[in-house]
Design a protein around this ligand. Structure first.
Ligand SMILES: [Zn+2]
Length: 293
């Protein structure tokens, strides 16, 4: 498994973006790795912290299981593959993730005050450094689609520089007009602000909200220090569209259920969904100018 630090260093030097594609199960994780292998591109695989949250607390057995699956998959991939536990706000859970097999974690303290965010992120960095794991932090709030964007959500370049210096994070997620879970291109990116953040910090910058990010601006942000894109929503969208389309054609009263699910052959409904996921990951990798290894 390659570290996020190494993978992003190469992206920074050679000016391209490494995609992080957020999976939700074995099939989606597998589709992501296969896409990267077909493209011969470096990749970041992983899960969002939210997938381990339940109405009655954290599902730690699921976290441990998924951590093992991802680690094995990253280790067996034929391309440089890092494995991240994304967007965790809970210190206890992120510490568990560090020990369970992820080789990078993202602590999201953006809802806290800057000083509190620094304090907790530093704790995570210290804990992670003990076993050589990298940490992504965040300054500024990334809104979700439909949310009203306030001016004070945006990352302040001075605060970003101060945060990086105080915490020692390996990568920094920023808010420059990018939006979480947007499915159409509704983001309006402040390139001037991004340029200023890049001027004042030296770490690779991370763009969350890759689904709704305008294709035409990808080159522009590569030139302004962005080395990692986070992509999630579009994978779920294409998966569900494909499964729906496939099921609509099937008469379930006459169906062979063993063939339709878990058979891994042509009739497998989920297999078609995962194939769609793989194709969209490949398109994104092309867009991100990920070079062949
Ligand atoms: Zn995100």
């Amino acid at each position: 498994m390659i570290s996020i630090r190494e993978i992003l260093k190469d992206a920074q030097d050679r000016k391209y973006i490494v995609g992080y594609f957020e999976a939700w199960d074995y099939g989606s994780l597998n589709a992501t790795v296969r896409a990267a292998e077909e493209m011969k591109s470096a990749i970041i695989i992983g899960f969002g912290g939210r997938s381990f949250e339940t109405p009655v607390g954290w599902d730690e057995v699921k976290l441990a299981s998924f951590a093992s699956v991802g680690k094995i998959m990253a280790q067996n991939s034929s391309v440089p593959t890092a494995f991240i536990l994304n967007e965790v706000e809970d210190l206890g859970i992120i510490k568990k993730g560090i020990k369970l097999g992820f080789n990078s974690v993202m602590f999201d303290g953006s809802s806290l005050s800057l000083e509190e965010n620094i304090k907790l992120t530093r704790k995570v960095v210290k804990e992670a450094a003990k076993i050589g794991i990298d940490v992504e932090g965040q300054v500024g709030r990334i809104p979700s689609t439909g949310e009203r964007i306030e001016k004070n959500f945006l990352t302040s370049p001075e605060e970003a520089a101060y945060f990086v210096e105080k915490t020692g994070v390996s990568a920094l997620a920023i808010s420059v007009g990018n939006i979480h879970m947007a499915t159409d291109e509704e983001s309006s990116i402040d390139l001037g602000l991004l340029e200023e953040i890049n001027r004042l910090t030296s770490v690779p910058l991370v763009m969350h909200g890759g689904t709704g990010f305008p294709d035409t601006l990808v080159k522009e942000v590569i030139n302004r220090g962005v080395c990692k894109f986070n992509v999630g929503t579009i994978l779920k969208e294409v998966f569900l569209r494909e499964v729906k389309k496939t099921l609509e054609k099937i008469d379930l009263s006459k169906a062979d259920f063993q063939e339709l699910l878990g058979s891994n052959n042509q009739a497998d409904v989920f297999r078609k969904g995962y194939f769609a996921v793989k194709e969209v990951v490949k398109e994104k990798l092309k867009l991100y100018s990920s070079p062949m290894i």
